[in-house]
Design a protein around this ligand. Structure first.
Ligand SMILES: Cc1cc2nc3c(=O)[nH]c(=O)nc-3n(C[C@H](O)[C@H](O)[C@H](O)COP(=O)(O)OP(=O)(O)OC[C@H]3O[C@@H](n4cnc5c(N)ncnc54)[C@H](O)[C@@H]3O)c2cc1C
Length: 373
């Protein structure tokens, strides 16, 4: 088979690249080892946190904004919602990363935020058992985005406008030659002018980039009082909270189709895992004990026993930023999500499509250059 571009791996980044390439009329084929929107990579579960003011790097603002614009446009066509801007609370001591970082990122992004004093947070958000010096920054443009439904929507839209998709097809080799790049699978070989490799935790299996996949389970909870509305999304919007010991909690409230989601920062142990050998069991003591103890202490009205959990993976890069862009004459890559990539994936797909077709990027992405290490 011959085509213009092959996208290998249709998770968050790859599905978006496929969509943005197909949307400009490029002859594109997508190959995914699992079903579309599966739970063996990094993009499963219902939701991810969404922010435009990104404390991870000022250059990310434009990418998040582009994602929001693309998802809004897609939603107008499909009737679905891909981002809900519920607002977000960044909590901690005045010099903590969420508070200082959110304020700085918002100022750089030109996004309005509101500072909330300790007493204001206590009054508006009584679910929080605050430390004496905790304050917050309210970011009204933040919220949640939908993970699995968005990946499926990217692929469906790509197919609608002409992409060919092979799910359940494992790419076993990518051979770059003079006349093209050949993507090999057990059932067919596809030769293309260019390939986008977006295999998430498996990226290092195809290109020699320094990445560290990390086992990071997802957890969902419910209030101790099942009749309580205190942890509904409207009352308990998305949040990032850092404690004095550097650990922290992040998450958001429940709605009709999802539970309260909370994760613990600073407790991840399983680094440099082989994604093919990922431990997919949940170990009560190792996986749950620290998170439950933190919930017990900081959200006393939330039942600290999770009601649902799933293994997942974050793929860390050495500087915590993604690797997006041209890696060789015929090869582009997107990976190294470092735990904050979902909100950017549509914007990253658009960047990859522009780089593939030699259009001007819509923003400076030198900080994501895969050759920077
Ligand atoms: C617990 C957790 C919480 C997170 N929270 C947030 C958040 O709040 N906000 C946020 O923005 N981001 C968040 N993230 C990060 C976000 O989920 C990731 O940035 C994003 O999912 C990464 O997508 P990806 O395309 O790189 O990887 P994936 O979605 O895993 O895609 C890679 C794809 O490649 C396929 N593949 C691999 N090998 C092959 C092969 N040989 N042949 C064919 N296909 C192959 C895989 O099956 C997979 O579908 C979180 C991540 C985790 C784990």
């Amino acid at each position: 088979m011959r085509t213009d571009v092959v996208v290998v791996g249709l998770g968050a980044f790859g599905s978006a690249a496929l969509w943005r390439l197909a949307a400009r009329g490029v002859k594109v084929v997508g190959v995914e080892r699992q079903a579309i929107g599966h739970s063996f990579g990094s993009s499963h579960g219902t939701t991810r946190l969404f922010r435009v003011a990104c404390m991870e790097h000022p250059g990310l603002t434009e990418i998040a904004r582009r994602s929001l614009a693309l998802w809004t446009e897609l939603g107008e066509r499909t009737g679905e919602t891909y981002v809900r801007q519920t607002g977000s609370l960044n909590v901690g001591a005045p010099d903590s990363r969420p508070v200082k970082g959110a304020r700085q990122a918002a100022a750089e992004a030109g996004a309005p935020t509101t500072d909330l004093s300790h007493d204001e947070v206590r009054t508006r958000f009584p679910q929080y058992n605050l430390a004496a010096d905790d304050v917050a920054v309210w970011d009204p443009g933040a919220g949640i985005c939908y993970a699995e439904p968005t990946v499926r929507a990217h692929v469906a839209e790509a197919e609608r406008v002409g992409a060919t998709v092979y799910p359940h097809t494992m790419v076993t080799a990518i051979d770059v030659g003079r006349d093209g790049v050949t993507v090999r699978t057990p059932t067919l070989d596809i030769t293309a002018d260019q390939v986008v490799i977006s295999t998430g935790a498996w990226l290092s299996k195809f290109v020699p980039v320094r990445l560290s996949p990390r086992r990071t389970p997802l957890f969902w909870f419910q209030p101790k009082d099942p009749a309580s509305d205190a942890f509904r999304l409207g009352n308990f919007p998305s949040f990032i909270w850092e404690f004095a010991d550097g650990k922290g909690l992040w998450g958001h409230g429940s709605d009709e189709d999802f539970l309260v989601k909370v994760g613990l920062d600073g407790a991840d142990r399983d680094r440099d895992v082989d994604p093919d050998e990922l431990d997919r069991y949940i170990h009560p003591r190792k996986d749950i004990a620290d998170l439950s103890a933190a919930i017990d202490q900081h959200f006393p009205d939330l039942d600290p026993e999770p009601v649902k959990l799933m293994p997942c993976m974050v793929t860390d890069s050495p500087d915590g930023q993604f690797l997006v862009g041209r890696y060789g004459d015929r090869v582009l890559i997107a990976g190294g999500d470092s735990g904050h990539g979902f909100k950017h994936c549509a914007g990253i797909g658009e960047l990859l499509a522009r780089q593939t077709t030699k259009e001007t990027p819509y923003t400076d992405v030198s900080f994501l250059d895969p050759h920077r290490f």
